[in-house]
Write a protein that binds this ligand. Sequence first.
Ligand code: ATP
Ligand code: MG
Length: 209
Amino acid sequence: MTERLRLTDAVIKYGDIRAVDGVSLSVEAGEFVFITGANGSGKSTLTRGIAGLLPLSSGTVERNGRMSYVPQVEEADRNFPARVSEIVLTGTQGRGGLFYSLNDKRRALQAMDELGIRDLSRREIRTLSGGQLRRVFLARALCGEPELLLLDEPCAGLDSQSHELLFSVLKARLAGGCAVIMVTHDSSDLEGINADRVVTLSHGRILHE
Ligand SMILES: Nc1ncnc2c1ncn2[C@@H]1O[C@H](COP(=O)(O)OP(=O)(O)OP(=O)(O)O)[C@@H](O)[C@H]1O
Ligand SMILES: [Mg+2]
Protein backbone atom coordinates (compact mmCIF):
# COMPACT_ATOMS: atom_id res chain seq x y z
CA MET A 1 0.00 0.00 0.00
CA THR A 2 1.11 3.57 -0.63
CA GLU A 3 1.45 5.72 2.41
CA ARG A 4 -0.13 9.14 1.83
CA LEU A 5 0.73 10.71 5.16
CA ARG A 6 3.14 10.08 7.94
CA LEU A 7 3.08 12.33 10.96
CA THR A 8 5.65 11.63 13.64
CA ASP A 9 5.56 13.13 17.15
CA ALA A 10 4.03 16.35 15.85
CA VAL A 11 3.89 19.30 18.24
CA ILE A 12 2.20 22.58 17.26
CA LYS A 13 2.28 25.49 19.67
CA TYR A 14 0.50 28.83 19.88
CA GLY A 15 2.84 30.70 22.19
CA ASP A 16 3.01 28.47 25.25
CA ILE A 17 -0.10 26.43 24.40
CA ARG A 18 0.66 23.02 22.96
CA ALA A 19 -2.45 22.70 20.78
CA VAL A 20 -1.06 19.52 19.22
CA ASP A 21 1.08 17.61 21.64
CA GLY A 22 3.02 14.69 20.22
CA VAL A 23 0.71 13.19 17.61
CA SER A 24 1.81 10.36 15.32
CA LEU A 25 -0.41 9.19 12.50
CA SER A 26 0.07 7.28 9.30
CA VAL A 27 -2.57 7.10 6.56
CA GLU A 28 -2.52 4.81 3.54
CA ALA A 29 -4.06 5.29 0.09
CA GLY A 30 -7.80 4.55 0.13
CA GLU A 31 -8.06 4.85 3.91
CA PHE A 32 -10.77 6.88 5.63
CA VAL A 33 -9.80 8.38 8.97
CA PHE A 34 -12.14 10.32 11.23
CA ILE A 35 -10.67 12.77 13.71
CA THR A 36 -13.01 13.54 16.58
CA GLY A 37 -12.73 15.30 19.93
CA ALA A 38 -14.28 18.10 21.93
CA ASN A 39 -14.13 21.76 20.97
CA GLY A 40 -10.60 23.03 21.42
CA SER A 41 -9.03 19.55 21.44
CA GLY A 42 -6.72 20.50 18.55
CA LYS A 43 -8.48 18.98 15.51
CA SER A 44 -8.23 22.05 13.26
CA THR A 45 -4.69 22.82 14.38
CA LEU A 46 -3.65 19.26 13.57
CA THR A 47 -5.32 19.46 10.15
CA ARG A 48 -3.62 22.77 9.37
CA GLY A 49 -0.31 21.23 10.39
CA ILE A 50 -0.90 18.27 8.08
CA ALA A 51 -1.82 20.68 5.26
CA GLY A 52 1.44 22.54 5.79
CA LEU A 53 -0.33 25.77 6.78
CA LEU A 54 1.13 25.79 10.29
CA PRO A 55 4.72 24.92 11.10
CA LEU A 56 5.45 22.07 13.51
CA SER A 57 7.35 23.11 16.64
CA SER A 58 8.85 19.64 16.60
CA GLY A 59 8.26 16.33 14.88
CA THR A 60 7.84 15.72 11.17
CA VAL A 61 5.12 15.57 8.55
CA GLU A 62 5.60 13.70 5.28
CA ARG A 63 2.98 13.90 2.57
CA ASN A 64 3.02 11.86 -0.57
CA GLY A 65 0.87 12.94 -3.54
CA ARG A 66 -1.55 15.73 -4.39
CA MET A 67 -3.41 17.16 -1.42
CA SER A 68 -6.61 19.21 -1.11
CA TYR A 69 -7.71 20.90 2.08
CA VAL A 70 -11.09 22.38 2.99
CA PRO A 71 -10.88 24.56 6.12
CA GLN A 72 -13.50 24.59 8.86
CA VAL A 73 -14.60 28.16 8.34
CA GLU A 74 -14.37 29.70 4.92
CA GLU A 75 -11.94 32.51 5.24
CA ALA A 76 -12.65 33.70 1.72
CA ASP A 77 -14.12 37.15 1.38
CA ARG A 78 -17.73 36.48 0.55
CA ASN A 79 -17.94 39.75 -1.36
CA PHE A 80 -15.11 38.84 -3.66
CA PRO A 81 -16.62 39.23 -7.14
CA ALA A 82 -16.17 35.67 -8.34
CA ARG A 83 -18.56 33.16 -9.81
CA VAL A 84 -18.98 29.59 -8.60
CA SER A 85 -17.36 28.10 -11.72
CA GLU A 86 -14.31 30.36 -11.29
CA ILE A 87 -13.80 29.33 -7.66
CA VAL A 88 -14.15 25.63 -8.48
CA LEU A 89 -11.68 25.94 -11.37
CA THR A 90 -8.97 27.33 -9.09
CA GLY A 91 -8.91 23.89 -7.45
CA THR A 92 -7.23 22.50 -10.56
CA GLN A 93 -4.25 24.84 -10.14
CA GLY A 94 -0.95 23.33 -9.28
CA ARG A 95 -1.60 20.68 -11.88
CA GLY A 96 -1.31 22.72 -15.03
CA GLY A 97 0.11 26.18 -14.81
CA LEU A 98 -1.18 29.65 -15.49
CA PHE A 99 -3.84 28.66 -17.98
CA TYR A 100 -6.76 26.28 -17.61
CA SER A 101 -6.80 23.41 -20.05
CA LEU A 102 -9.89 21.83 -21.50
CA ASN A 103 -9.24 18.96 -19.11
CA ASP A 104 -9.24 21.35 -16.10
CA LYS A 105 -12.60 22.71 -17.22
CA ARG A 106 -13.95 19.20 -17.67
CA ARG A 107 -12.83 18.27 -14.15
CA ALA A 108 -14.44 21.40 -12.70
CA LEU A 109 -17.74 20.57 -14.41
CA GLN A 110 -17.55 17.00 -13.16
CA ALA A 111 -16.90 18.15 -9.57
CA MET A 112 -19.85 20.56 -9.76
CA ASP A 113 -22.03 17.73 -11.05
CA GLU A 114 -20.84 15.43 -8.26
CA LEU A 115 -21.84 17.98 -5.62
CA GLY A 116 -25.03 19.02 -7.36
CA ILE A 117 -24.06 22.65 -7.90
CA ARG A 118 -23.85 22.78 -11.70
CA ASP A 119 -26.96 24.95 -11.84
CA LEU A 120 -25.24 27.49 -9.57
CA SER A 121 -22.14 27.78 -11.75
CA ARG A 122 -22.87 31.30 -13.02
CA ARG A 123 -23.88 32.66 -9.61
CA GLU A 124 -21.69 35.14 -7.72
CA ILE A 125 -20.48 33.46 -4.51
CA ARG A 126 -21.82 36.32 -2.35
CA THR A 127 -25.36 35.30 -3.34
CA LEU A 128 -25.05 31.70 -2.07
CA SER A 129 -26.33 30.19 1.14
CA GLY A 130 -23.83 28.82 3.66
CA GLY A 131 -24.44 25.19 2.67
CA GLN A 132 -24.21 26.01 -1.05
CA LEU A 133 -20.90 27.82 -0.52
CA ARG A 134 -19.58 24.84 1.42
CA ARG A 135 -20.39 22.56 -1.51
CA VAL A 136 -18.53 25.00 -3.81
CA PHE A 137 -15.42 24.64 -1.65
CA LEU A 138 -15.79 20.86 -1.60
CA ALA A 139 -16.08 20.81 -5.41
CA ARG A 140 -12.99 23.02 -5.59
CA ALA A 141 -11.07 20.51 -3.44
CA LEU A 142 -12.26 17.53 -5.51
CA CYS A 143 -11.32 18.89 -8.91
CA GLY A 144 -7.68 18.99 -7.88
CA GLU A 145 -7.96 15.19 -7.98
CA PRO A 146 -6.43 14.85 -4.53
CA GLU A 147 -4.67 11.75 -3.32
CA LEU A 148 -5.00 13.07 0.22
CA LEU A 149 -8.17 14.97 1.08
CA LEU A 150 -8.34 16.91 4.35
CA LEU A 151 -11.82 18.00 5.41
CA ASP A 152 -12.34 20.06 8.56
CA GLU A 153 -15.99 19.74 9.67
CA PRO A 154 -17.32 19.41 6.12
CA CYS A 155 -20.84 18.49 7.23
CA ALA A 156 -21.50 21.66 9.22
CA GLY A 157 -24.32 23.53 7.55
CA LEU A 158 -25.21 20.72 5.14
CA ASP A 159 -28.76 19.40 4.97
CA SER A 160 -29.29 15.62 5.07
CA GLN A 161 -29.45 15.34 1.28
CA SER A 162 -26.14 17.19 0.77
CA HIS A 163 -24.71 15.15 3.60
CA GLU A 164 -25.56 11.90 1.82
CA LEU A 165 -24.26 13.30 -1.45
CA LEU A 166 -20.94 14.16 0.19
CA PHE A 167 -20.55 10.67 1.63
CA SER A 168 -21.30 9.01 -1.71
CA VAL A 169 -18.76 11.29 -3.41
CA LEU A 170 -16.18 10.42 -0.74
CA LYS A 171 -16.83 6.69 -1.13
CA ALA A 172 -16.12 6.94 -4.87
CA ARG A 173 -12.89 8.83 -4.21
CA LEU A 174 -11.80 6.32 -1.56
CA ALA A 175 -12.42 3.48 -4.00
CA GLY A 176 -10.17 5.36 -6.43
CA GLY A 177 -7.36 5.29 -3.86
CA CYS A 178 -7.72 8.76 -2.34
CA ALA A 179 -7.00 8.90 1.40
CA VAL A 180 -9.52 10.98 3.34
CA ILE A 181 -9.05 12.59 6.74
CA MET A 182 -12.26 14.07 8.03
CA VAL A 183 -12.63 16.12 11.19
CA THR A 184 -15.95 16.09 12.99
CA HIS A 185 -17.20 16.64 16.50
CA ASP A 186 -20.58 15.21 15.57
CA SER A 187 -20.65 11.46 16.26
CA SER A 188 -23.67 11.00 13.97
CA ASP A 189 -21.31 11.66 11.03
CA LEU A 190 -19.60 8.40 11.91
CA GLU A 191 -22.71 6.48 10.92
CA GLY A 192 -22.72 7.80 7.34
CA ILE A 193 -19.57 6.02 6.23
CA ASN A 194 -17.39 3.12 7.29
CA ALA A 195 -14.28 4.62 8.80
CA ASP A 196 -11.10 2.58 8.77
CA ARG A 197 -10.07 4.41 11.91
CA VAL A 198 -11.47 6.89 14.38
CA VAL A 199 -8.87 9.01 16.14
CA THR A 200 -10.04 10.87 19.23
CA LEU A 201 -8.09 13.91 20.35
CA SER A 202 -8.07 15.36 23.82
CA HIS A 203 -5.91 18.34 24.78
CA GLY A 204 -3.84 17.90 21.64
CA ARG A 205 -3.08 14.23 22.24
CA ILE A 206 -4.50 11.06 20.76
CA LEU A 207 -6.78 9.68 23.46
CA HIS A 208 -7.58 6.48 21.62
CA GLU A 209 -7.69 5.11 18.14
N1 ATP B 1 -4.61 31.19 16.38
C1 ATP B 1 -4.61 30.72 17.64
N2 ATP B 1 -3.91 31.34 18.60
C2 ATP B 1 -3.89 30.87 19.88
N3 ATP B 1 -4.53 29.75 20.27
C3 ATP B 1 -5.25 29.08 19.35
C4 ATP B 1 -5.33 29.54 17.99
N4 ATP B 1 -6.12 28.68 17.31
C5 ATP B 1 -6.51 27.74 18.21
N5 ATP B 1 -5.98 27.98 19.43
C6 ATP B 1 -6.17 27.15 20.63
O1 ATP B 1 -5.64 25.87 20.36
C7 ATP B 1 -6.50 24.85 20.88
C8 ATP B 1 -6.97 23.92 19.76
O2 ATP B 1 -7.79 24.65 18.87
P1 ATP B 1 -8.41 24.00 17.56
O3 ATP B 1 -9.05 25.07 16.76
O4 ATP B 1 -7.36 23.19 16.90
O5 ATP B 1 -9.51 23.02 18.19
P2 ATP B 1 -10.66 22.15 17.49
O6 ATP B 1 -10.53 20.79 18.04
O7 ATP B 1 -10.58 22.31 16.03
O8 ATP B 1 -11.98 22.81 18.06
P3 ATP B 1 -13.46 22.99 17.38
O9 ATP B 1 -14.20 21.69 17.60
O10 ATP B 1 -14.08 24.09 18.18
O11 ATP B 1 -13.30 23.35 15.95
C9 ATP B 1 -7.62 25.57 21.61
O12 ATP B 1 -7.29 25.66 22.96
C10 ATP B 1 -7.63 26.96 20.98
O13 ATP B 1 -8.09 27.91 21.89
MG1 MG C 1 -11.89 23.01 14.63
